[in-house]
Design a protein around this ligand. Sequence first.
Ligand SMILES: [Zn+2]
Ligand SMILES: [Zn+2]
Length: 290
Amino acid sequence: MAAQTPVPGCPRHKGMGFVYVCKSCEDELICMDCVTDRHNGHKMGKLTDYVADQKREIQQYVDKLSRTDIPKIKEDIREQETSGGGYQKVISDIKRQGKQMKDNIDNAIELLVKMCIELEKLNRSVSEKNKTALTQHLREDLEPKLDRCQQVLTSGTTVDVTTLAREIRNTSIDPPSPRRLQTVEFKPGTISIELLERMLGKVLVDGEDQSYKPIPTPVVLSEFTTSFPYRCMSVHVLLDDEAWLSYWTDESVYRVDLKGKCEGDDRSVRSKSDSISVSPDHGQGVVLCR
Ligand SMILES: [Zn+2]
Ligand SMILES: [Zn+2]
């Protein structure tokens, strides 16, 4: 084998440097003494060749990191910053759709109101004309006739009386017949929330229709301070508004009600659990400590 420059550091042979790698021993670095000692007869390789190979391998990894892995992660990070899941766009789309619906409703209201105003105008002009015709009939026909009758009755001659009576019998003045006025009423339609929701649209989460379910928030049933030492990670059993509490490794188990009133040591709970338990009745009860 060609001469090699030893690299200091053989732990087995003081002062000797590594020259080869032993192929038989998973590329272990060995010195000249190791060759004839523990690795006698083993397959050797030049340390320089081995190091060159290792450097090549590392370089390949460097290339992979800088060309592929790191740019991809950076791209992913950028995507996280910019996209944000598109919620803001969804919100503005919902608002735009809602605005469109409101505008349409406003237009429909305006149309009906406008129609009513125009009909009212028309009706008013009809009633004005009716009033004029009736007033004219009253002033020009009926009232003069009444005057004449009264005059004849008080101071008319016999001829006047008979003439007037004949006149009344033979002539009749028809009163003007007023044109009919329209009646108007509003018949409200049925307001359908379902229809409105259908018109507004849906929010699809991962392509699935998602109806609104409020995220449940815990409700504090009661808060109290215990008379005994008590911290998290103890027994928490909620049964009929009562909890069994105990302190860390303490053997005692305390039964408390919602006001924190202590029922004393209840030894019936033999095995303590470190987990927070859930009430079988309420399903949601959890004791929190602070
Ligand atoms: Zn050695
Ligand atoms: Zn060996």
